[in-house]
Design a protein. Structure first.
Length: 261
């Protein structure tokens, strides 16, 4: 994505990453050509993350949902850009009618996550089981190391390496990985994430919208890091932080990454 697209104007579509690695495209401006071009640039910048990625379309940022023809044009364009629209985010009855006309399911949990982030009351949403999840080691009786924004439940301890294609999810708590997270692997927590070995895959903290969650890593090579849906990919991370011990946090809705002293 160009520098202008990244920061000099408000984007037409805000891409956020859900707790199972599904991207949620919240439509802010119904400019089909612009939305398609933004997505094409995302795929070109990080094809390993976004090429053929499942995307949920959320029209909740608009005053009214688009007509069927406009929505079809958007879906077709997003497919041509390289992603796969799989559902609409739950909204009004008009959204439900549109989903039926498009032949797409409705998913409620993405709307709940945005409502929580926007400060209004979230709808109840159960956390889904992880996809191709690694079998986590039994949780230790002691909580994970304390960090700002950690969940109140005892932390989940993952003793074995998280290998490519595996996913570990800490529901309503912190996650501590004692070894490594391999390329293509994914670790997710509703609280903070602590990794005591190399991080080469993806780490997502605050998966249910906790903006105070943090990510701590001893050796940073991440494909993607995200907190409460705000993300950065490897291509957007300063090269001088790679291989370093870092922490990741949110500040004024911006994802910050800094070396640990």
């Amino acid at each position: 994505m160009s520098a202008v697209a990244m920061g000099d104007y408000e984007q037409a579509g805000e891409l956020k990453i859900g707790q199972v690695g599904i991207a949620n495209l919240r439509i802010r401006t119904l400019d089909v050509d612009r939305l398609i071009e933004e997505m094409r640039q995302r795929v070109q910048r990080a094809p390993r993350l976004f090429a053929r990625a499942a995307v949920v379309i959320d029209f909740g940022g608009l005053s009214q949902v688009p007509d069927v023809a406009t929505a079809r044009a958007l879906l077709d364009g997003l497919r041509e850009a390289g992603v796969l629209p799989v559902a609409l985010a739950y909204g009004t009855t008009a959204t439900e009618r549109l989903s039926e006309a498009l032949g797409l399911p409705l998913l409620a949990k993405f709307r709940a996550q945005y409502e929580r982030a926007d400060g209004s009351a979230p709808a109840p949403a159960a956390a889904p089981p992880p996809q191709e999840a690694a079998r986590p080691a039994p949780a230790a009786s002691a909580p994970a190391p304390a960090a700002p924004g950690q969940a109140p439940s005892p932390g989940l301890i993952q003793a074995a390496p998280v290998r490519s294609g595996q996913q570990v999810y800490a529901d309503n708590r912190d996650l501590t990985v004692l070894t490594s997270v391999g390329a293509g692997a994914e670790v997710i927590a509703d609280g903070s994430v602590h990794i005591y070995g190399p991080l080469r895959g993806r780490a997502l903290a605050g998966a249910q919208g906790n903006e105070k969650a943090r990510i701590f890593c001893r050796e940073f090579h991440a494909e993607l890091v995200a907190i409460a849906g705000h993300y950065r990919v490897l291509e957007d991370i300063p090269s001088d932080l790679r291989g370093k011990a870092v922490q990741v946090w949110l500040e004024d809705q911006q994802l910050k990454i800094a070396a640990l002293d």
